[in-house]
Design a protein around this ligand. Structure first.
Ligand SMILES: Cc1ncc(COP(=O)(O)O)c(C=O)c1O
Length: 395
């Protein structure tokens, strides 16, 4: 049976998995090696560009990394994937493959804090200019486009506000205008959305989150066509060296086998929790794309499949201190950065991930001081609700 024709869950389990030739081990061993032994003939073939099945040095290629990449590419519906040492390494490497000094990027108004710092402090030093667009409409994109615009950058669900962009028109606009489109698919994962199937050029991930899913790996990935992957490999990737360790790749491979099962649990719990929060008297507002009250609920329902993700945001009545009181009182949910783990994690963007931002920049992104972002885990949802309920009683 053609592996590409298999359903998502089957590919999550089988893609990129090659039982070991010598021992028959079903789970491939991890290749913890920095260098590889080969022959002068193989080296000649490699130098002539035929790199298939040849490994030379761990910064260029590693079999465990290849398997992880194969699984990600299969799930994203991409020709190729490239694993990186972190999500930020994926974002910077992917963009620097086509954006150079003097170029311009158009980005959606709200992006992950690290991406915002890259766009507003590092890229300006490299003479790369970024325009943040309040609305990603084709009219706004036309107005923002310059002769040197090389990339348009988006997140599938905006972090941390959980707004949803209508992405298809942006991909179409990018194609028509010969601008490369980049999408951070960390929050939705390919189980809910596969941007490349809708016309996106490049997908980036923090695999630290749902892709690995167990909170024990830092990594990133770029999914794209074969030509762009080769372009990255032979330039930025090769010389900046943002490679992941074989162990991180091995963990990612194992984590991905249950992506569909985990995402089902995250989505189901998040939906129940968001509906419960919405009727709580101490809660000012709730942001979850699966709620009818979410401003882009219809877009999310049309755009995503299998659910609306595991991230829920809410504002408590009061301000920064009331939110902190609630957080302090939690017993089950952990106060921690990151997301996509099996455990429920809680963060307050105004004092954590987006705390370094000027308050006016935060306000422009729609981040309120009393906003709490939950990465809903796969515990029993009744226990998660009971924990938040007793914490809300504090205010
Ligand atoms: C949406 C999103 N993209 C990228 C990143 C960066 O990933 P990493 O921490 O793996 O570098 C994060 C981190 O939280 C994120 O939330």
């Amino acid at each position: 049976m053609d592996k590409k024709a298999m359903k998502f869950a089957t590919r999550a389990v089988h893609a990129g998995q090659h039982p070991d030739h010598e021992t028959g081990a079903l789970v491939s061993p991890m290749f913890l090696t920095s260098t590889f032994v080969f022959t002068p003939e193989k080296m000649e073939r490699y130098m002539n560009g035929d790199k298939e099945g040849i490994f030379t040095y761990g910064r260029s290629r590693n079999p465990t990394q290849n398997m992880f990449q194969e699984k990600i590419a299969s799930l994203e519906g991409a020709e190729m994937a490239l694993a990186t040492a972190s999500g930020m390494a994926a974002i910077s490497t992917a963009l620097l493959g086509c954006v150079h000094a003097g170029d311009h990027i158009i980005a959606c108004k709200t992006v992950y804090g690290g991406t915002f710092a890259l766009f507003t402090s590092i890229f300006p030093e490299l003479n790369i200019d970024v325009t943040f667009l309040p609305e990603m409409t084709t009219e706004a994109l036309d107005a923002a486009k310059r002769p040197n615009t090389k990339a348009v950058y988006m997140e599938t669900i905006l972090n941390p506000t959980l707004e949803v962009l209508d992405l298809q028109p942006v991909f179409d606009w990018a194609r028509e205008n010969k601008v490369r489109s980049f999408v951070d698919n960390t929050f939705t994962t390919p189980y809910l959305y596969r941007p490349i199937e809708h016309g996106a050029d490049v997908v980036v991930h923090s695999t630290t989150k749902y892709i690995n899913g167990h909170g024990d790996h830092i990594g990133g990935a770029i999914a794209c066509d074969a030509a762009y992957q080769e372009k990255l490999r032979s330039s930025v990737y090769q010389e900046f060296g943002p490679v992941p360790s074989p162990f991180a790749c091995w963990l990612g491979l194992r984590g991905l086998k249950t992506l569909h099962l985990r995402m089902r649990g995250h989505c189901e719990n998040a939906q129940k929790l968001a509906e419960w929060l919405e009727q709580h008297p101490k809660v000012e507002s709730v942001s979850y794309p699966g709620l009818k009250s979410h401003p882009q609920h219809e877009i999310a329902a049309r755009q995503f499949e299998n659910g609306f993700g595991g991230m829920v945001g809410f504002c408590v009545k009061g301000g920064i201190r009331e939110a902190q009181k609630v957080i302090n009182k939690l017993n089950l949910a952990y106060y921690a950065v990151s997301l996509g783990d099996l455990d429920t994690l809680v963060e307050q963007p105004a004092t954590m991930t987006h705390g370094k931002m000027a308050p006016e920049d935060r306000a422009a992104m729609g981040i309120q001081d009393s906003y709490i972002r939950l990465s809903v885990g796969v515990e029993d949802v009744e226990d998660i609700i009971a924990d938040i309920d007793q914490a809300l009683a504090e205010i």
